[in-house]
Design a protein around this ligand. Sequence first.
Ligand SMILES: Nc1nc2c(c(=O)[nH]1)N[C@@H](CN(C=O)c1ccc(C(=O)N[C@@H](CCC(=O)O)C(=O)O)cc1)CN2
Length: 295
Amino acid sequence: MEILDGKKVSNQIKEELAVEVAQMKARGEKVPHLAAVLVGNDGASLTYVGSKVRSCEKIGFESTLIHLPEETTEEELLKQVENLNKNTDIDGYIVQLPLPKHIDEQKVLMAVDPDKDVDGFHPANFGKMALDMESFIPATPFGIMELLRRYNIDTEGKHAVVIGRSHIVGRPISILLSQKGKAANATVTLTHSRTKDLKAITVQADIIISALGVPNFLKEDMVKEGVVVIDVGITRVPDETRKRGYYITGDVDFENVSKKASHITPVPGGVGPMTIAMLLKNTLLARERHNASNA
Ligand SMILES: Nc1nc2c(c(=O)[nH]1)N[C@@H](CN(C=O)c1ccc(C(=O)N[C@@H](CCC(=O)O)C(=O)O)cc1)CN2
């Protein structure tokens, strides 16, 4: 069994990006600039946005954090989005999800300029991705594909079972895995809360992508020998005996499923860090596309 070490691979990607940025600087070019909008003080979101900004600093990107109060209205947030769309210094930006309940997430994501949509959540980018056209690919599924590629995991003709149909992970990864091309060509089953007899499907899977957010959901008896398991679920379980007051766990019963798996991602240290690395990669792509369109 081999652990798919997302932490290690994400650090490699960040080192590669740092080299590219240094080369851009040496050529006298503008470096990529990522902005992040965070509304409210959700603990996990603060961690993720903080990590995005710190990663930018580490590799030589410019970054801007716009931290708005929980009470921010939809109109005020849309104004910020409009300003970011107009700001020619910003190459790409993200609006951290989830947003407070009083804000219509879809309306905000629709307002993002698709050319700056480094999260790949705008319908223009999502549609292009589904049509195999050049686009921004959402960072988590992009990270999963990159992890499979860097560990030389062959997906060609394999049965990939995706658990969860979210717009951020389940739906896009099912599209990417089923695409034509060297790193895809899988036969995909997208399962969800209404799927009947899930176990009958998961036991047939060569690759399982679990993106449910239910701790210990995927058990040993639900997988076959040699399966590749990608655990996207990240749940913070309250635990006062820990320094942070919680521990992090995935969807997979790691201890037992790993006995049968050929490859498996840990939580933490699997898909999560890849998400940040691929967001940075998208921001570099945005910068390069802006350079090309200004040339
Ligand atoms: N605008 C966006 N919002 C959200 C996205 C996204 O891609 N764009 N994805 C998730 C959150 N997310 C990035 O934003 C993210 C989640 C997890 C990690 C990560 O590195 N996790 C660590 C554990 C860290 C911890 O929780 O303390 C790990 O798995 O090792 C990074 C980014 C939802 N929102």
